[in-house]
Design a protein around this ligand. Sequence first.
Ligand code: ING
Length: 317
Amino acid sequence: MRLVNVAAGQLGPIARSETRSEVVARLSGLMRQARESGCDLIVYPELALTTFFPRWYMEDQAEIDRFFEREMPGPETQPLFALAGELGIGFYLGYAELTVEDGLVHRYNSSILVDKRGAILAKYRKVHLPGHAQHEPWRKFQHLEKRYFEPGAGFGVAEAFGGVIGMAICNDRRWSETYRVMGLQGVEMVLIGYNTPVHNPPAPEHDDLSLFHNQLVMQAGAYQNGTWVIGVAKAGVEEGVDQIGGSCIIAPSGEVAAACITKGDEIALARCDLDLCNSYKSTTFNFDVHRQPQAYRLIVERKGRNLMADGTAAPSA
Ligand code: ING
């Protein structure tokens, strides 16, 4: 057995007016609860330090940038890292990252994996940015991740907590490629924070299925890659937008091992034996034995039905 005791650290709404220090106090409370329950790792949501600001159309870059972290840890987040080191528990944290590379400013929807000493082991930048880039006033609320963030470069894994750990963020969980790219790197636990409105303006007919779709994609990703998946919500009515809960810990079998039952600040716990991945990775999903990559070329060559990966027009079938 290679046990990792994991807490899904679900958050209820974060008000626009809430300070980072107030949020860090909430995150710290969940961390203490998790440690008291014997956890090695707590997983927090996407953009866990602020309200989900892509729901608003903003033009003033200074106003937008107030939602971003220029350093991680910074003065307001350092207490969470210190607490992790004091208690001996690691964490995954989603946040808006502003960074300057070669004199250019870049903005990402990011997450980090921090070990039990409070040191950052890995950083991930969200690849699948949903929504739109321009103001669409017909919507009850905006979803402007394509406006405020750049996409990340890809999906990596890290040796940590006695196994192979991967990260993804929110919309990434809906794309099977997310899990497979990490599955091909031997991932045994995928950590995913999310902010998901119940209502999806382009497709209101999906609203009643939002919790079903949330669980469906993570169960599929877990089973098809023989990995644990930890999905953690920022839930509840946040600045007038109702966001799903549904935080859960899913085993490599695809079964739900633990789940939150409220839409507030809550931890759900599971004893995750990483060795349970083996019976799937060595049989049904033994990629080296069973996969046929020569049959999958379209997945990499095409963006969609009509576009090549480089954005040029695809030959008509
Ligand atoms: N949120 C949503 C998500 O993928 C969404 C966006 C909602 C897409 C419903 C499709 C349907 O869960 C983020 N932050 O990606």
